[in-house]
Design a protein around this ligand. Structure first.
Ligand SMILES: Cc1ncc(COP(=O)(O)O)c(C=O)c1O
Length: 381
């Protein structure tokens, strides 16, 4: 893997470490109407749709901005003002969907589980059966605030049986964990450039079921986030509706070539699983305790309990690990103190081992001997 590691290795859920070729692809000045740029855009649309086997029954619509822009765009476009969304929540990004529904005025009901408990198909089934007013269900495939994997295929099956629309936030799973439109029915799946596709941040996209999308004219609360308009305008002109993020588009096209060369979802997923296993084995050997059991852990980002040792302090720990060339990520949980370590980006098992070595050295330097979290440390005493 060619990446220039003068920058730290980003063990975060994005922006993440990109390959040198992906960085270099940005060194161009494309005009938005250049035929070369128009061809790149067309090829992105086809390739992104192909990743989920969307075929002719689905359309890929690109959107400027960070991932949240695309989540908001897809919800605002797919769910009419009269709609009612069942928002499955087991972390921050599920909560963000509920917040978006609040802000854009879409009625919603929350199906909440603990941060270490997947949403189950049974819960969704029971809620849908009990409330016929629900028109849509939203699920976060990999809830990046912990790294928990929700059982998408089972949930999609019950949503399909109940004939409701399914919205999938696949921001941190798209390209690494299979989503197959030939096997599951969804109205929209959303992701972004700077996650498992290993490009730079700056644009997102939605793969939408055409039959659903065709009904969405006039739904959206926003001019710029209207995916129906974005789709119609692209279909007419083959151009982005508003100024495209040209360098981000060029980088994503390059990153997708590397994605294909690696063997697509299967190849990328395999590398991330190896990264995750290497990291988890190493961290557990040091004595850290994972927040999630491995059975529900996606190979995207891992969450670790903060050590109970009084010498531990996240900011000092973070700075020292950073000085050794690795960027960790703070925890995002309200109840327990944690930190996160990502496994995605243009990195492999060697980098994961180096990261564990750096963490081991800092643990020793800070004099941290009690690595278990407070509750477990006192239970063991
Ligand atoms: C599952 C999920 N949804 C939504 C987002 C929001 O994306 P952004 O921060 O790019 O707006 C993220 C970001 O990491 C995410 O992991």
């Amino acid at each position: 893997m060619t990446s220039k590691h003068e920058d730290p290795i980003l063990l975060t859920p994005g922006p993440l470490t990109t390959s040198l070729q992906t960085k270099q692809a940005q060194l161009r000045d494309f005009g938005s109407r250049d035929s070369a740029f128009i061809e790149i855009t067309a090829s992105l649309i086809t390739q992104l749709n192909d990743i989920v086997h969307g075929g002719d029954s689905h359309a890929c619509v690109l959107m400027q901005g960070s991932g949240t822009f695309s989540v908001e765009a897809a919800l605002g476009t797919l769910v009419p003002e009269t709609g009612h969304v069942l928002v499955c929540i087991n972390g921050e990004y599920g909560k963000r969907i509920a917040r978006i529904c609040d802000v854009i005025g879409r009625r919603h009901r929350i199906l909440q589980t603990a941060e270490d408990q997947p949403t189950t198909a049974k819960m969704v089934e029971e809620t849908l059966a009990a409330d016929p007013s629900l028109t849509h269900v939203s699920i976060v495939h990999c809830e990046t605030s912990t790294g928990i994997l929700n059982p998408l295929d089972e949930i999609a099956a019950v949503v399909a049986t109940h004939q409701r629309g399914l919205f999938i936030d696949a921001m941190s799973s798209f390209g690494a964990i299979e989503i197959d439109a030939r096997k599951i029915r969804f109205d929209g799946v959303v992701a972004a450039s700077g996650k498992c596709l290993e490009s730079v941040p700056g644009m997102g996209f939605a793969i939408l079921r055409r039959e659903a999308l065709e009904q969405c004219q006039g739904n959206c609360h926003s001019l710029s986030l209207d995916l129906y308009d974005q789709w119609q305008s692209y279909t007419r002109t083959r151009q982005w509706r508003f100024t495209p993020p040209t360098t981000v588009v060029a980088a994503l096209a390059e990153a997708l070539q590397q994605f294909r060369a690696e063997g697509g979802v299967a190849g990328r997923g395999a590398r991330y699983r190896k990264n995750c296993e290497t990291l988890m084995n190493g961290m557990e050997k040091l004595g850290f305790v994972s927040f999630l059991p491995r059975a529900i852990q996606a190979p995207i980002i891992t969450t670790w309990h903060a050590p109970a040792d009084p010498n531990y302090n996240f900011n000092a720990f973070y700075d020292k690990v950073r000085a050794r060339g690795f960027t960790l990520y703070p925890g995002k949980l309200t109840q327990v103190e944690t930190f996160r370590v990502g496994c995605i980006g243009a990195i492999g098992a060697a980098e994961m081992r180096q990261a564990v070595d750096a963490i081991a050295a800092i643990v020793e330097e800070m004099g941290i001997t009690q690595l278990k979290p407070a509750a477990r440390a006192s239970a063991a005493a």
